[in-house]
Design a protein around this ligand. Structure first.
Ligand code: NDP
Length: 495
C-alpha cells in the first residue's frame, strides 16, 4: 500500500479505492481554512460494495482462532504506535486539536486494541445441568456479523477503536463511516490494520455523506448492528432507520455533564480539573464539564482562581507546541456556541472570562474562539439545557448537595458527571444519585479502556469499553442437550 494520494482513497476489501463517481469531499484544516486533502464522496453503491466485502470477510474472520484475532489487534497497536507522529499530525490538521492531544488519541486507539486483544479467549461460558436432571445446557457467544460504525469528528480515531477493537476481537467485521470532516486519519488507521494481517474486508472505511453512506448502512439488511457516536437527533434517526431490519444498536449521544464542587473539595485541584475538563479538545467532547455547580461557601474563591486559570489558556494552531487549545472544528459549530452564549447573556448572564473571536492575523482564517466563562446563568438558557459543544462554561451557585443533585439531574442527558469532595462517603452518595453513565470522583472525565462507558436517558444506550463493550458485539447462544438415557419430556398428548 503506497503513501500520499493513495491514502486519501476509501478502504474497501483491503484496497484503497476511488468512489464510483468523481465527486470528492474537501477536508479543511480548522486552524487555517486550507484544504488538508480530498476524499472520495462515496455513494450508496460504494457502501454496498463495502458491506458485501465485510459480509464475505466475516466468513473468514469469525472462524479464526481467537488467538489469531488477538495477534492482529496487537500488531495493529504496534503499527499505530510506530506511526504516531504521522497519524497525530494528520489528526491535528483535519480536526484541529493540539498535537499532544492528537498523539494521545492515537495511543488510546492502540491501548484499546491491546486491551481487547488481552480479553479475547478469556471469557467464560456456562455449562449447567437442567434442574430436572434430563440433560444439560451450554451458553456460548457468537459474533453478530457486519457492523456499521458511524463516527463523529471530535475523537475520530479513539472512537473508531472503541468500536472496531471489541467488535473484531469478538469476530465481527466492519464498515466504518467516518465524519465527513475527519475521514483521513481513519483511512490511514484502517490501512495499517490491513498491514497488520487483518482479513481484507474485515474493516472497510467508506467516506461520504451521512445521508447517503450512513443511510445505506441503516437500510441494508446485511448489516447486523450499528455502533454510533454523535448527536442525539442523529441517534434518533439511526434508531428509526435500524428498525426496518431490527439491527442491534449502541448509541453514544450527547451529554451535558455536571461538575459538582462541594465545600470540602481541594479547590486548587478542582480548578485545574474544571479548566482541563471543559477546554480540552476545545470543549468538543461528549463527556466534558458542561455545567459547573459550586457550593456557595467556596464559590467566590473558586470563581476568582478559575478565571485566572482560564485566562492562561493559550489558543492557537494545534501544530504549535505552545498551543493549549485549538480552533472549534467548523465555522458552523463556532456559530452554534456563540449563539448559546448570546442567548445566556440575553437572559442576564455575565462573562466572567470574556470569549469571542481572537484578533490577530495568524488566527483570523481559522475557527478560533477564546474560552468563555459565564456566571449568573438562568437555568432556562440553552447553555444550561442543551449540549454546548465548544469552549463555553456556565457556572451555577448552589446551597448544598441536595440542590446540586436536583439541578445536575435536570437535563435530558446522562452521560458523565463529576463530584469533588474529600469525603468519600459523600462522593459515593452523590454518585449513586446522579443520573449519568459515569461519575468521576475528584477527576475530570477521562475514559479508560477497562471501564464501561455510555449514557443514561437521552445520552444513549449500550456500553463501549470494558467487558460490557465486548458483550455488545455478541449474541448469546444457548444450546440445550437432552441425554437419551434420561428419557424425553415432550410428547402428545400434553398432560
Ligand atoms: P452528527 O450526529 O450529525 O454526525 C455524526 C456522524 O453521523 C457523522 O459521521 C455523520 O456523517 C453521520 N450521520 C449524519 N446523518 C446521518 C444519517 N441520516 N444516517 C447515518 N449517519 C448520519 O453530528 P454533527 O457532526 O453534525 O455535530 C452536531 C452536534 O452533535 C454537535 O454540535 C454536538 O453537539 C453533537 N456531537 C456530539 C458528539 C458526541 O460525542 N456526543 C460527537 C459529535 C457531535 P457526516 O459527517 O457525513 O454528516
Amino acid at each position: 500500500m503506497s503513501e500520499g494520494r493513495d491514502s486519501m482513497k476509501m478502504l474497501i476489501q483491503g484496497q484503497l479505492e476511488d468512489a464510483q463517481g468523481a465527486d470528492v469531499i474537501r477536508v479543511a484544516n480548522p486552524a487555517t481554512g486550507d484544504a488538508v486533502d480530498t476524499v472520495p464522496k462515496g455513494t450508496r453503491e460504494d457502501a454496498r460494495r463495502a458491506i458485501d466485502a465485510a459480509a464475505d470477510a466475516f466468513k473468514v474472520w469469525s472462524e479464526k482462532p481467537s488467538i489469531e484475532r488477538s495477534r492482529v489487534l496487537l500488531k495493529t497497536a504496534e503499527l499505530v504506535r510506530a506511526s504516531v507522529e504521522d497519524l497525530g499530525a494528520t489528526l491535528t490538521m483535519e480536526q484541529g486539536k493540539p498535537l499532544g492531544e492528537a498523539k494521545g488519541e492515537i495511543s488510546s486507539f492502540a491501548n484499546t486494541c491491546e486491551y481487547y486483544a488481552g480479553l479475547i479467549g478469556r471469557e467464560r461460558g456456562a455449562h449447567n445441568p437442567f434442574s430436572t436432571g434430563e440433560g444439560f445446557f451450554i451458553v456460548t457467544k457468537r459474533p453478530l456479523g457486519v457492523v456499521g460504525a458511524i463516527l463523529p469528528w471530535n475523537f475520530p480515531v479513539s472512537l473508531m477503536g472503541w468500536k472496531v477493537a471489541p467488535g473484531l476481537a469478538a469476530g465481527n467485521t466492519f464498515v466504518v463511516k467516518p465524519a465527513s470532516t475527519t475521514p483521513i486519519t481513519d483511512i490511514k488507521v484502517g490501512s495499517l490494520m490491513v498491514k497488520a494481517g487483518l482479513t481484507p474486508g474485515a474493516v472497510n472505511v467508506v467516506t461520504g455523506p451521512g445521508a447517503v453512506v450512513g443511510e445505506e448502512l441503516l437500510d441494508n439488511p446485511k448489516v447486523a448492528k450499528i455502533a454510533f457516536t454523535g448527536e442525539t437527533g442523529t441517534g434518533k434517526r439511526i434508531m428509526e432507520g435500524s428498525a426496518k431490519s431490527i439491527k442491534r444498536l449502541t448509541l453514544e449521544l450527547g451529554g451535558s455533564d455536571p461538575m459538582i464542587v462541594c465545600d470540602d473539595a481541594d479547590i486548587e485541584l478542582a480548578v485545574e480539573g474544571a479548566a482541563w475538563g471543559r477546554f480540552r479538545n476545545c470543549g468538543q467532547s461528549c463527556t466534558s464539564v458542561k455545567r459547573l455547580f459550586l457550593f456557595e461557601s467556596i464559590a467566590e474563591q473558586f470563581v476568582k482562581m478559575f478565571a485566572e486559570k482560564v485566562r492562561t489558556i493559550r489558543i492557537g494552531n494545534g501544530m504549535e507546541k505552545s498551543t493549549h487549545m485549538g480552533p472549534v472544528h467548523t465555522a458552523e459549530q463556532r456559530e452554534k456556541v456563540e449563539s448559546m452564549v448570546e442567548d445566556a447573556e440575553n437572559r442576564g448572564a455575565k462573562e466572567l472570562v470574556r470569549g469571542g473571536r481572537p484578533a490577530g492575523n495568524e488566527l483570523s482564517h481559522g475557527n478560533f474562539l477564546s474560552p468563555v466563562v459565564l456566571t449568573g446563568v438562568d437555568y432556562d438558557s440553552k447553555i444550561a439545557k442543551e449540549e454546548c459543544f465548544g469552549p463555553a462554561l456556565p457556572i451555577f451557585v448552589v446551597k448544598d448537595l441536595d440542590e446540586a443533585l436536583e439541578r445536575a439531574n435536570d437535563t435530558l442527558y446522562g452521560l458523565g458527571s463529576s463530584v469533588w469532595t474529600k469525603d468519600l462517603e459523600k462522593a459515593y452518595h452523590a454518585a449513586e444519585r446522579i443520573q449519568a453513565g459515569t461519575t468521576w470522583v475528584n477527576s475530570p472525565p477521562i475514559a479508560r479502556a477497562e471501564v464501561p462507558f455510555g449514557g443514561f436517558k437521552q445520552s444513549g444506550f449500550g456500553r463501549e469499553l470494558g467487558l460490557e463493550g465486548l458483550d455488545h458485539y455478541y449474541e448469546t447462544k444457548s444450546i440445550q442437550v437432552l441425554e437419551y438415557s434420561k428419557g424425553k419430556k415432550w410428547a402428545f398428548p400434553i398432560n
